[in-house]
Ligand binder design. Sequence first.
Ligand code: AMP
Length: 453
Amino acid sequence: MSFESLGLSPALLRALADNSYTTPTPIQAEAIPLVLAGHDVLGGAQTGTGKTAAFGLPLLQRLAESSKPATGPRKPRALILVPTRELAVQVADSLRSYSKYQRLNVTTIFGGAGMGPQVDNLRRGVDILVATPGRLIDHMQQGSAKLDGVEVLILDEADRMLDMGFLPAIKRILARVPADRQTLLFSATFEAQIKQLALEFMRDPRQVQVATQNTIAATIQHRAHPVDGSRKRDLLIDILTARHTEQVLIFGKTKHGCNRLAEQLEAAGLPALAIHGNKSQAARQKALNAFKSGKARILVATDVAARGLDIPNLPLVINHDLPMVAEDYVHRIGRTGRNGAQGEALSLVSPDEAPLLRQIQRLLKSDIALEAVDGFEPSRPIRLDGNAPGAGRPGGQRPAGGQRPPRKPGNRAHGRPADRGAHAHAHTGQKQGGQRGQGQGQGRTGERRDRRA
Ligand code: AMP
């Protein structure tokens, strides 16, 4: 299978060659011909599968094929809705690189940045607009974003957008985009609300799905400790001190965060090495060898740096931060409990990370036991009352205090009715509020997170 055989134009093929893309990924092979043929597409895929090019390449081709001579400033012909500013920037960068031999303008708008420059950009003319929903509503309200020329609408990471409370905003935006358009929706999961959205707003969508790995080995016990972000480091130090004999791989979110964490652990008398993408290959290899040989007990890593890392008999993995992509949780904790050995994974989860935890539970289709540690209870509860089925039951959080019900080897630490029952009795009485994101002002419900993002 080649990109040529998918029917892509020479300008795109050249750009792909510049990017050293030789073979389409499975989602690209499936989705590109369908999008080129004008179908609405419902894509089951997450970051890392090549989904951006799966919708971006045929989008660029369709826009080029039907381009009309511009009269006056151009209104967006394609609108891509994304949950976060990071994804907006990433998607726009990819589209710019794929369209380098085309004359198309790609513009981003997202919360947390000034409106002024965004208004200027919109005024100058846009072909493809990549936007977070909350900020787009702002621009629609003040008349700087006009959506009546949109031919293709793309919802990227739709499940994450709904998780962030953007559904009302999305519906308002959908109402302003011409009905006669092509709609593409990409999501890692397909809960009822996503299906409903597709049913309401898409025309006979074709479904494409790439297989996801979403199972945890039965040999891994995994659970989460709710804790304030500011106290994670202290809790981590407590855990590492209490379990001073075990080798542990710790996952952090950013390169900088990993470095700092390793330094803080060192300062607390817990020598640790950090590996991440900023380090040279030689430095990474050296740290990895020290860890593999057992000379180093603690390794702090980012997802990217840990890719392909194979350490036999690793007993413990700790997520200092939850991964941004649910599937990475599976990859991370899959470092332990290999080859039939027992393994354990702990995640330190701050109240802000509740949406990420929900995503993971959805992917796994089961709950992760939340156990507060004495003295580290978070100041706010972890709210799991979002849209995840099975989430939001009272009883998810119980004080751990080191007391776990005994489990037979091989028992899963989550997802079985017995576990749920065991957790329910010790529920800490946190309020399980109403539907998050509802009734906080039409269409702006995700804006706070949008801004933070
Ligand atoms: P995405 O899932 O869209 O975030 O893409 C994940 C990564 O894969 C990005 O770094 C892309 O540049 C890269 N990528 C996407 N498609 C291909 C391809 N066909 N060949 C090589 N790399 C690709």
